[in-house]
Design a protein around this ligand. Structure first.
Ligand SMILES: CCCCCCCCCCCCCC(=O)SCCNC(=O)CCNC(=O)[C@H](O)C(C)(C)COP(=O)(O)OP(=O)(O)OC[C@H]1O[C@@H](n2cnc3c(N)ncnc32)[C@H](O)[C@@H]1OP(=O)(O)O
Length: 154
């Protein structure tokens, strides 16, 4: 058992992403954890991440959160599928091959954003992750990401 996040187990060279890199001081530094078969991430948007209407969250950041949480979920799911626990070996790095976002309802600023992901498919280097983004207990956006594991030599 560990209270560390998935992103804490990325090797340093893969820890500079704007959304999830723990070594990117100007980044969002999101943190993802297992909750049974789902992964979770909680984030409160900074006030300047406002979208086209005051009081609502910028859609590009919604996409970023879903993207980075999905990538971390893919990495952790691969480790788990290979029979290892978090911390037993560094996570493999997955990158986004495809990302589809449905914006279902506006997302209010100033509220905790709750991301939940499930793995739909693991096939060799490819993992498909489905994610919901909620605020105030309502789903505001959904995403489906195709994540591909970087080959060792990249
Ligand atoms: C320190 C060193 C760092 C070095 C980092 C260098 C790289 C950094 C790059 C990251 C940047 C920074 C990080 C970010 O910012 S992540 C966000 C931005 N993402 C990127 O920049 C990724 C750019 N794309 C690529 O590098 C390649 O296209 C990847 C690696 C994704 C796949 O190319 P690769 O040749 O490896 O894989 P493959 O062709 O054998 O496909 C494998 C499987 O995936 C399926 N598939 C693929 N694409 C799609 C698609 N669009 N829709 C649906 N499915 C797709 C494909 O059908 C197959 O499935 P299946 O047929 O087996 O079922």
């Amino acid at each position: 058992m560990t209270d560390k996040a998935f992103q804490d187990f990325y090797p340093d060279e893969f820890a500079h992403c704007y959304g999830c890199g723990r070594l990117n001081e100007a980044g969002l530094q999101i943190k993802s954890y297992w909750d049974g078969e789902e992964s979770v991430c909680r984030y409160t948007p900074e006030p300047f991440f406002t979208g086209g209407f005051p009081g609502y969250f910028y859609g590009g950041l919604i996409s970023s959160l879903i993207d980075c949480h999905s990538a971390a979920t893919a990495s952790a799911a691969k480790l788990r599928a290979d029979g290892f626990a978090l911390g037993e070996k560094p996570l493999s790095r997955f990158v986004t091959a495809s990302l589809k976002i449905d914006f279902l309802k506006p997302t209010p600023m100033g509220k905790i954003i709750d991301l939940r992901s499930r793995v739909l498919e693991i096939k060799s280097r490819k993992i498909i992750v489905s994610t919901t983004l909620s605020a105030e207990d309502e789903i505001r956006a959904k995403g489906e990401a195709i994540m591909v594991q970087l080959p060792e030599n990249r």
